[in-house]
Design a protein around this ligand. Structure first.
Ligand code: PHE
Length: 413
């Protein structure tokens, strides 16, 4: 029954105190937008795959993983905040929804794949607005070489070829040293080999970014594409970097990457290897390339959205008129144990689905005498597919209020 078990992708799981997956999220698991022909996320995936034609292209991994795969395999510390139920979706203590495509690194290397791309939907608890959604898509890419000296020559040649190509292209790269005391190589790595792998990573990604963004309107007419490298930290790579692209006058964070940690490769039983990995979010890039103003549009089933895209083409989306918004406020006294904003948002989303466009905390205070705390949220209800009547919005809002009282024991004011 649904109070003892939860069904996810046709499989029954026992509920436990860790369970926080909602039916609004479960409904998204079957959509697989990155595999829907003519969907902008699918078009972008294909474009990225065509940049590495010789790599294995994977896109069929189930989103249900163990915390061991999502975190332990990648050397996340036991107290990492990403593990908490406020940040991630748990089916129960043993199963969760992957929070990133890196969750599949060990199993993919273990299958013998050495050069691969893997695209998938990933899940993170988040607040709701035009650029944040609890489901998004990532492409993971990785390339590993033998630690034997042979691959030094292979890397030198590949780096020379890519460097030559970039030198004659309209791109300006703000680089940083590959390896520094604050962004060190791994102790087991030969220094020269580690340098070459880091350089190979940068050259590969610079040329991807040139293919995606070069010569497009956001750069400025005839202006070179500007790319900037920044030192970063991930538990599963060192050295690590973030890459930003200059677009419409602003630096935008595009991806994270680094030299794969030896322990990841040891777990995958490919110890005599050295290589790189990156992870990039598709929505952010697709919103830029297709001029899509709101992340929720990716989930629209409206032909006015879907019919605008053609495989292989990157053309700007033409917005159609939105239906009117309907704002409803809810004020309540917080329960003793408090109420996390992510819990509030998930409850609203679970009750109202995609009819909720925005949730904003607009007021919060503590009563000076009773010390009780009160919060007021403003919910914007809007359908992407039709005009909501005030009665319909009221009916949904009443259900939100009932669930708030029932699930969290808040006192509506
Ligand atoms: N998984 C990281 C994220 O989601 C990105 C990443 C992938 C970083 C691979 C390094 C190597 O932020």
């Amino acid at each position: 029954s649904t109070d003892t078990h939860v069904t996810v992708l046709g499989q029954q799981y026992k509920r436990d105190p860790t369970t926080n997956i909602t039916s609004a999220i479960i409904d998204k698991l079957e959509r697989r937008l990155h595999l829907q022909q003519s969907h902008p996320l699918c078009i972008l995936r294909t474009l990225i795959e065509s940049h590495w034609p010789s790599f294995t292209h994977l896109s069929n991994f189930t989103p249900v993983v163990t915390p061991a795969r999502n975190f332990d395999d990648l050397s996340f510390p036991a107290d990492h905040p990403g593990r908490s139920t406020t940040d991630s979706y748990y089916i129960n203590k043993d199963y969760m929804l992957r929070t990133h495509t890196s969750a599949h690194e060990v199993e993919t290397f273990a299958k013998g794949e050495r050069n691969w791309l893997l695209t998938a939907d990933v899940y993170r608890r988040d607040e709701i607005d035009a650029s944040h959604y609890p489901v998004f898509h990532q492409v993971e890419g990785a390339s590993i070489f033998s630690t034997s000296p042979n691959s030094i020559h292979e890397l030198e040649e590949d780096n020379a070829r890519l460097g030559e190509y970039l030198k004659t292209s309209n791109i300006v790269i703000e680089d940083i040293p590959h390896i520094t005391p604050s962004n060190p190589r791994q102790p087991t790595h030969d220094p020269r080999h580690a340098e070459l792998v880091a350089q190979n990573l940068k050259l590969n990604l610079n040329s991807l970014l040139l293919a995606l963004f070069g010569g497009r309107a956001g750069v400025g007419s005839g202006e070179p594409l500007r790319v900037r490298w920044i030192e970063a930290y991930f538990p599963f790579t060192t050295p690590s970097y973030e890459v930003e692209v200059f677009w419409h006058g602003k630096w935008l964070e595009i991806l994270g990457c680094g030299v794969v940690l030896q322990s990841t490769l040891d777990r995958a039983k490919v110890p005599d290897s050295i290589g790189w990995a990156f992870g990039l979010g598709l929505e952010r890039i697709a919103m830029i390339l297709f001029s899509i103003p709101d992340i929720r549009l990716f989930w629209s089933q409206d032909p006015r959205f879907l019919s605008q895209f053609t495989p292989g083409n990157i053309e700007p989306f033409k917005p159609y008129s939105k239906y009117p918004p309907c704002y409803k406020d809810v004020s309540f006294w917080l329960p003793e144990q408090g109420l996390h904003a992510n819990d509030f948002c998930d409850l609203v989303r679970d009750t109202a689905g995609d009819l909720v466009e925005d949730v904003a905390l607009i007021d919060s205070f503590t009563h000076p005498k009773t010390k009780r705390s009160s919060q007021c949220y403003r919910i914007n209800y809007r359908s992407m597919d039709k005009s909501l009547s005030n009665e319909e919005a009221n009916a949904i809002h009443e259900r939100v209020l009932a669930h708030l009282k029932g699930n969290f024991g808040v006192e509506i004011r």
